[in-house]
Design a protein around this ligand. Sequence first.
Ligand code: GTP
Length: 603
Amino acid sequence: VPIEQIRNFSIIAHIDHGKSTLADRLLEYTGAIKHNSGQHQVLDKLQVEKERGITVKAQSASIVYNYNGKPYILNLIDTPGHVDFSSEVSRSLSVCQGVILLVDANDGVQAQTVANFYLAFGKDLKIIPVLNKIDLKQANPDKVCEQLRTLFDIEPDEVLRISAKHGIGIKEVFEKIIKELPHPEVDRTGPFQALIYDSWFDKYRGALSLIYVNSGSAKIGDSISSCHTKKFYEVKTISVLRPEEENVKKIVAGQIGLVGCNVRNIKEAIIGDTLHLTSTPVSPLPGFTPPKSMVFAGIYPSTLSEYTDLRKAIEKLTLNDSAVSVDMDTSPALGQGWRLGFLGLLHLEVFSQRLQQEYGTEPIITAPSVTYLIKLKSTKETEKKGTNELYINNPINFPQSFNITETYEPMILGTIITPDTYLGAIVQLCQERRGVQVQALNIDNDRIMLQYQLPLCEVVLDFHDSLKSLSSGYCSFDYEDYGYQLSNLVKLNILLNSVPCEELSTIVHVSRAQLVGRQMVLKLKDLIPRQMIHIAIQASVNGKILARENIQPYRKDVTAKLYGGDVTRRMKLLAQQSAGKKKMKMIANISVPRNTFIDFLKK
Ligand code: GTP
């Protein structure tokens, strides 16, 4: 079709506001899928997504809609809706000319609505505001229109009112897309130039790249090259997603399609890379900033025999999720493992859930940590390295305090939207987490939007859960990266009978050291079994003891429960007890079972 009959758009919405339902309805309306064909929410492909009801990996569909006797191709680019995935949203939006801003008419504007609006607004995209779920009795579209006006300067008469579930207003959505969104500005006669905006691995066809063609065209058999790696490939397959794959021979500017070149290594299908015909080089399209790991966790097999399975599972999963960074790691207590980096906590949770569901592994996952920046005093060593900056996400690598000049921690800008009844409790929580208020705005007569600058480490643990529980689930939260900030960080050591136990150490803000030290010592007191010797558990910072607990000695007599007599049974039990001891790690003559570490590190 002519370029004037193409529209590329995304639906952006807060979680559960009905994005997948609307996408299904759009596909159904044009006959791309059958009504109630059991293909509900066809764009959410992964099992975890289904279970959690969240979209993780962006999927796309090309919809054909006839309007005024002409066929239009509407390319719907699916975007993930959750806080952790804003880099994926941003990536998807860069191939769109407009978005549908979908808002639940009962729930109103929520934190991700705000975050997603600004992502689209920042990219200069045309925004079509749509209220969903107007069929609900509690729906209050007028009030939500008021919120849209206050926050985004959107006039109520621009806002569509629909019910995705009941198919009300769907035709109007199509017409607005066609009338209001600009068509892509491309040059079909120019040299082939395409952007890879997603990629995944297919068992049979190798790496598949989802591309947006910015100029020219490519067909099966062409030799195409990557601007980034300079490697070249023969195009083997091209398909469009309707949403089922439909093979085509050629793809032209303005279109979106899936290209396969029989590449066995997914790392060669780089998201953000530009493709061109090998014979006609072009300059690269503005790429994307690569996804940045914000949250790290150690992953270890729960038994040694699971190591190989776990390694394979991690390799397979990271094949399709280039946002996960992988490093080897060893822990004296937990053995050989990995330190993985994630976009955020939800990303970590989704990943570990997939490890379990899809690969049947039950790994030990340590409490998440963030990356700190440490500036060191100049020494011969820093001169040799050419930098005195050190980024660490593992407390084991925290330098001695006398080598440090400054410490910095990663910050976020958090957006919270809440009914005003919970305001007091939320402000208190943010203050406890060392937050600094940036903005407080009434968005209607009983709802408030708060923005806080918060340390990421205070958010990764349970901030979101705490917010939800103190607001009975009525408040929403989203965050964006806010750079590093000078902060007084220290390493909190745990000592068992005066011997430091590295894998139990953590990095904390100096104001939290006392409290966290106290909590850790108490927890360990519960977890470490009594032994034949006295045990002192201490928490210390820079050699100063902040907290201490004792475990009194106790003779564990495994034979006590037997009434005398049987010598062989007695011997057998004693042998069992000594074998059990081998599984323990000895620290200063104290045997700490592996399970203690596991329970402690898991949180
Ligand atoms: P994520 O993919 O997790 O971001 O969620 P989503 O925005 O795709 O939401 P989804 O389409 O899964 O819808 C969430 C819930 O709202 C589902 O239970 C839908 O059935 C329901 N829902 C969607 N649209 C409507 C509507 O128009 N009216 C009513 N009453 N319910 C709706």
